[in-house]
Design a protein around this ligand. Sequence first.
Ligand SMILES: Nc1nc2c(ncn2[C@@H]2O[C@H](COP(=O)(O)OP(=O)(O)OP(=O)(O)O)[C@@H](O)[C@H]2O)c(=O)[nH]1
Ligand SMILES: [Mg+2]
Length: 425
Amino acid sequence: MFVDRVKIHVKGGNGGNGMVSFYRAKYITHGGPDGGDGGKGGSVIFVGDESMNTLMDFRYKRHFKAENGEDGGKRNCFGKDGEDVIIKVPVGTVIREANSGKIMADIATAGEQKVLIRGGRGGKGNQHFATPTRQAPRYAEQGQVAKEYDVILELKLIADVGLIGFPNVGKSTLLSMVTNANPKIANYHFTTLSPNLGVVKGRHGDTFVLADIPGLVEGASEGVGLGHEFLRHVERTKVFIHVVDAAGIEGDDPVENVRKINQELAAYNPELLKRPQVIAANKMDIPQAEENLLRLKETYEKEGFAVYPISAATNRGLDELLQAVAELLKHYPEDIIFAEEYEEYDEVEVGREPFTIEEVDEHYFVVSGVGVEKMIGYTNIDTEKGFAFFQRYLKERGIIEALEAKGIQQGDTVRIYDLEFEFWK
Ligand SMILES: Nc1nc2c(ncn2[C@@H]2O[C@H](COP(=O)(O)OP(=O)(O)OP(=O)(O)O)[C@@H](O)[C@H]2O)c(=O)[nH]1
Ligand SMILES: [Mg+2]
């Protein structure tokens, strides 16, 4: 189960203010009050949309605000109502208030609408406040200020197919070519640090969710390079596309690389090698890949793995690969049960679990460990209190000290699970 999760900010439209004004015309100096009412602010409305499968769109747009109502005018002119903002979300999205984590809405069916924030009421103009004794009220009502929230959208997804392999072999490139996903692609290791999801639409209308899982390294099964975190993602997919750099750009042997990754899978959970797996020999646009392809086929077809030559960058061989995978999925037993995401830990105990620090790249440090992971999970560092707690935690647990011992410098990047920040003392 993958949890696609984004935090967004939503704000309702404020009501327009009521107007203070008096009727004026030639020869009439003291006309009655004629200030119009302010318009109603727009509401924030969530709608379940069947055609959406992930929350990816929200990575690019995170602020949503409904329009304010217009202020009332002179001569009984009413202010215009503000437009609603309608936010489409995939069916199955849960909306939580970010600070408390409490569920505000749960969009369970297509077309279902939930008004999360009502627009503010418009203020009444001064004409409403005239009484026999106070015929010229210099008072009008203010528009109502609408609520705003940080909310977390959460969508639980089963990814059918996982892209596994060493870093830099082209997993994200492949995902970007066959789905609408737009992952970061770059020529260095650990470009991807959390899974990206995309939906593959097959030729025959069949679809499946493809997960781009961060690169594994040797020792992943012992926790090296966030290995445990990444392998947990692998565990939640049914069929693997094992991507290997057939050109061996980094100077190592593709045949051995496939073996090494499978050894890590087996060491982590022997069940994983029983799941269907196809090998995608990538970067076939590079000449030296041809010879390695033959060796990959020779070695692994004997062992029952189909080997597909592809070039993710130039879109070669991708159709055949996806079709084979769709076929494997069809024969996959539906009722597989995946282990739950996290075991329950005792938070206090867990906070003391050891952590590890790795310098995965120049000026880039990754802190991992059950304790810090859990701490991140229950701390909302966007609040002042949460942030203070977080800083205290890093200090008290000796993480700052340990980073310094590793030679961290001002401005270097630190990553702790979902969280990335610059190190400033
Ligand atoms: N020549 C060639 N280069 C490719 C191909 N596919 C990917 N690349 C390049 O390989 C590099 C790594 O690609 P990514 O897709 O970021 O690799 P990744 O496996 O997701 O890497 P991590 O996220 O670090 O695990 C990039 O520079 C890509 O442009 C291909 O088919 N041919
Ligand atoms: Mg990647």
